[in-house]
Design a protein around this ligand. Sequence first.
Ligand code: SF4
Length: 310
Amino acid sequence: MRSKLTTIRLARHYGFCMGVTRAIRIALRTGEDKVGPVNVIHDIVHNDTVVKDLAERNVGRVVSVADAPGGTIIVPAHGAPLALFEEAQRRGLEIIDATCPLVIKIQRIVRRLIDDGYQIIHFGDLHHDETRAVVGQAPEGRMVVIHDLRELQTVRNIDRKMALTSQTTADAVEFARISREAARLFPGIIVCDTICNATGQRQKAVLELAPEVDLMLIVGSHSSANSKRLRDISRTVCRAAYLINSAGEIDPAWLDDVVSVGVTAGASTPDVLAEEVVDWLVAYSGGTAEVIRPDRRDDETIEMIEPASE
Ligand code: SF4
């Protein structure tokens, strides 16, 4: 069938955020500098291409401190619970901390709230590395993770001051709804909006772009929370949206009767993967589709501070 595709539009904000760029740089430099084994705890960022690329450059991956063969471990952009740092120190491993400064900020907020006697409700995914790391800053029982409004309604006030925080990659619209309900259920609750700027910008850019196109393609790993969120948000305002690892996962059937396609990518997706998707679409159109690229400038300013080495 002859392609009807005439327009490919990229989101205003997409792809690597500063925290991811910083973590990858730290990992690459550590791989070059260290003589012994270098391993990241889990994934440096949630993207298979990045993880494979690092593995080819002397930076492996382990699932726990116990699995590390010695040498150096790198704490990924999502951070790690305090217990992991303690275990690595006990084992005499060198720790390079590539936690994103914005995740460190949430961890500090959580520790301060705990010290001040608060019970914390955290809006996030309990299975996500960042949330596990944030929860790992608080003593047992002082922090409850909720995934949605329904779970919020099951939380009981245990006679403490209450505070609400959020995963950096949470849906901003949903967090606003959760905040309103939390204020109703727990008058006086402190709301800390800890959704990061890069996440907010990528979500806003999708909300601008998705209603204008027939199909949205979100390039990102299926394990990437912020990429999945971009797909879910797209689906609320666009008739079809798919999350794909790479151009190889595009199903041509998705493009039947499609005139315009929007392309975005999660904060952990290398640009090259988004560009390959654009190239695939141009080729599919027979080389005739126009590619529209808005001025792409992130506002986020994360200082490229040096990682802590312990
Ligand atoms: S999405 Fe935000 S919090 Fe996560 S690594 Fe990027 S800048 Fe940091």
